[in-house]
Design a protein around this ligand. Structure first.
Ligand SMILES: *Cc1c(COP(=O)(O)O)cnc(C)c1O
Length: 355
């Protein structure tokens, strides 16, 4: 048995996907399952497929290669870079877009190479201030897109809670579908892909606040952690502990909480602060900043306190724990988005699937 590892409980994760799909299905919304958190782990995409997912989204093109044999619609979530356009049109059925220059270049590429028009979803920035065009500029941009022969505008998308940590409001969603209606009326076309947000927008669905025009949600977080950023409560029927991390104790010691000697900077260029609480029992684990984000790791033994660490070590205050840790013992952590990302991305972390 090798440590550290991230353990994926398949039964619980499959359950969460199905609950999300059920919540959405009642409102005729399709779940576009987001795979980017799994950093190209094929088994994770297979679990989505097993649960019945037909639409997949990722921000990195390499990850689509990993599960190219899984049937379904593949959507690029990070707006394309000019340099990756040939791969985008080859590997993806559609992409989210926010820059007219890029959209024009995609169109030119498709025409030049006699490819069928690439399907694009135009992102509208409703306040979170990441990608997308502003509502009052949308019609002008759509005017230009409509003239392009190498792209097909299939819908609009919006996003909340990422950069600006904004929460979707009823008026923002109304503005969003108003734009859809304006476009459909002006150009006499149907926008069939109305992508109404990420996990943070799921609560609008069960609160009956999601406009009926919305037929897609791009979702990762809510299914992974069984909760969402709006309320941070467990979504009824979901599990919060589908994923956990286990690391191994490699030293148990009793040392002063305050380092000794003249203070300088740590291995990462920071000047850390230490509380002098006298001598404490500490444990050192075989996992480091290369593998995870310490501030997104929650020991299941709640009497343990993470002190910090370095590239390869995690140091914990075990003074208050009822468990008498020994070298070789295993410490289990609940996770959050950042630690999940790092753990899946670290080749030094074993990925273990349990039923
Ligand atoms: C990552 C991402 C999502 C998924 O967000 P979750 O919070 O995991 O549901 C949706 N849309 C875009 C554009 C993304 O980049």
């Amino acid at each position: 048995m090798k440590y550290p590892k991230i353990i994926i409980n398949e039964t619980k994760f499959l359950n969460n996907i199905k609950v999300a799909m059920q919540i959405c299905k009642e409102k005729k919304i399709e779940v576009l399952a987001v795979t980017k958190g799994f950093c190209g782990n094929k088994k994770m995409a297979e679990l989505y497929a097993k649960a019945g997912i037909k639409y997949f989204g990722d921000s990195r093109l390499e990850n689509f290669d990993v599960y190219s044999d899984i049937k379904g619609h593949k959507q690029l979530l990070r707006i394309p870079s000019l340099s990756e356009i040939p791969d985008v049109v080859k590997k993806c059925d559609s992409s989210l877009n926010g820059d007219i220059q890029t959209i024009k270049t995609i169109s030119e590429y498709c025409i030049l190479n006699k490819l069928k028009p690439h399907k694009i979803v135009l992102m509208i920035d409703l306040g979170d201030r990441r990608e997308g065009v502003l509502p009052n500029e949308t019609m002008k941009v759509v005017d230009e897109i409509i003239k392009l022969k190498g792209v097909e505008l299939i819908g609009l998308g919006c996003n909340f809670g990422c950069y600006g940590a904004r929460i979707p409001s009823d008026w923002a969603m109304k503005e969003f579908v108003d734009l859809q209606h304006n476009i459909e009326n002006k150009y006499n076309l149907k926008l069939t892909h109305m992508s109404g947000g990420n996990s943070l927008s799921l609560h609008l669905v069960w609160e009956n606040r999601m406009p009926k025009e919305i037929n897609f949600l791009r979702m990762g977080f809510a299914m992974i952690f069984g909760t969402e950023d709006m309320y941070r409560k467990t979504i009824p029927g979901m599990y919060r502990d589908c994923f956990r991390c286990e690391a191994e104790v490699i030293e148990v010691d009793y040392k002063s909480s305050m380092p000794v000697g003249e203070a300088g900077i740590d291995a990462f260029g920071h000047k850390p602060h230490f509380d002098d609480i006298g001598d404490i029992k500490r444990i050192i684990l075989n996992i480091g900043k290369l593998d995870t984000a310490f501030d997104a790791m929650y020991p299941r033994d709640q009497d343990l306190k993470i002190l910090g660490g370095s590239t390869d070590h995690l140091i914990i205050n075990a003074n208050d724990s009822k468990i008498n840790y020994k070298v070789g013992d295993i410490v289990t952590f609940d996770l959050d988005w950042t630690s999940l990302l790092y753990l899946f991305n670290s080749k030094y972390v074993e990925k273990v699937f349990e039923k």
